[in-house]
Design a protein around this ligand. Structure first.
Ligand SMILES: NC(=O)C1=CN([C@@H]2O[C@H](COP(=O)(O)OP(=O)(O)OC[C@H]3O[C@@H](n4cnc5c(N)ncnc54)[C@H](OP(=O)(O)O)[C@@H]3O)[C@@H](O)[C@H]2O)C=CC1
Ligand SMILES: O=C(O)C1=N[C@H](C(=O)O)C[C@H](O)C1
Length: 266
């Protein structure tokens, strides 16, 4: 069976990576490609940046979703929520990689999963999702006497902080220790902060250059330090994860899933 895939944010870093990966995947067909109305790419072939013609022109008309199996969206929260409405209208499943949602946006996605099937994950790579499992073991084993800090670095163009992945890793660690991340997260330190609260999970955000995505969770004890890291060196890991998610969604009618479900890790 061929999976008919539409891509949102076609001219973005992830949009282009996804177009290349979908065209290369034997069981996938690039069905539609979207950008914003004011994008200079509107009307051009979606594979033009590869020096190829794939026969799908970039459009802002979301009615072209009709007949697609799934829309893959790596844009911005406000764009994703517009695309989500269009997916419900046309009964198209959705894969959401966008980060930076407020609680209301997350609730809208959860509600939409009563009508269509959605994979929503802040990191589509197999490696990061394995890290989540490793962290659950680490957090349960090192649950007293170790200070937990999460460090992430991304390229200078990234607009949200901390990264969605850092928040997901923090959530996994907090959950494994019977805590809620919102009750123990420390996102800023400046000035006379006082001693570290042993029950806190600290976050540090670095931005610079073209770093694709580095994440390290540190368990700092007295006499030893454990660091569990993932470093991305190519965005194709996210595109391949998205294609796995598209295969997973084939045949699903409704429901909200994450990459742990897709990879059989849940
Ligand atoms: N889950 C995962 O595995 C990963 C998630 N991400 C996340 O994906 C998102 C995109 O990342 P990246 O590709 O680097 O970003 P880019 O800025 O390179 O691309 C974003 C694309 O979305 C478009 N866009 C922005 N706002 C809207 C809108 N309101 N409506 C429709 N389209 C819109 C942009 O168009 P324009 O240029 O016209 O603004 C652009 O084409 C981020 O949230 C990032 O954190 C990234 C990598 C992996
Ligand atoms: O913006 C990015 O580039 C990335 N965003 C995601 C995040 O916020 O975690 C995933 C990956 O780290 C790359």
């Amino acid at each position: 069976m061929t999976i008919k895939i539409a891509i949102a944010g076609s001219s973005g870093r992830m949009g282009r990576m996804l177009i290349e990966a979908v065209i290369a995947a034997k069981d996938c067909q690039l069905f539609a490609a979207f950008d914003r109305e004011n994008s200079p790419a509107i009307g051009s072939d979606a594979a033009a940046f590869l020096g190829k013609n794939c026969g799908v022109n970039i459009s802002a008309n979301l009615n072209l979703l009709a007949g697609a199996d799934v829309l893959i969206d790596f844009t911005r929260p406000e764009g994703t929520l517009q695309h989500l409405s269009a997916c419900q209208k046309h009964d198209v499943n959705m894969i959401i990689g966008t980060t930076g949602f407020e609680e209301t946006g997350k609730a809208t996605i959860t509600a939409a999963a009563d009508k269509i099937a959605i994979v929503h994950a802040y990191n589509m790579s197999a490696g990061v999702n394995l890290l989540v499992k490793l962290l659950e073991v680490a957090a349960k084993t090192l649950n007293t006497g170790y200070d937990i800090e999460i460090l992430e670095m991304h390229h200078r163009m990234k607009v949200d902080a901390p990264s969605g992945t850092a928040l997901m890793l923090g959530d996994a660690v907090a959950g494994a220790m019977g805590q809620k991340l919102e009750d123990c997260a420390v996102y800023d330190r400046h000035g006379i902060t006082g001693e570290r609260d042993p029950s806190s999970i600290g976050f540090a955000t670095l931005r610079g250059g073209d770093v694709i995505g580095d994440h390290t969770v540190i368990f700092a004890g007295m006499g030893e330090r454990i660091e569990i890291s993932h470093k991305a060196s190519n965005r194709n890991i996210y595109a391949q994860g998205s294609i796995r998610a598209a295969r997973f969604l084939s045949g699903q009618q409704t429901g909200l899933f994450d990459m742990q479900d897709v990879l059989g890790l849940s």
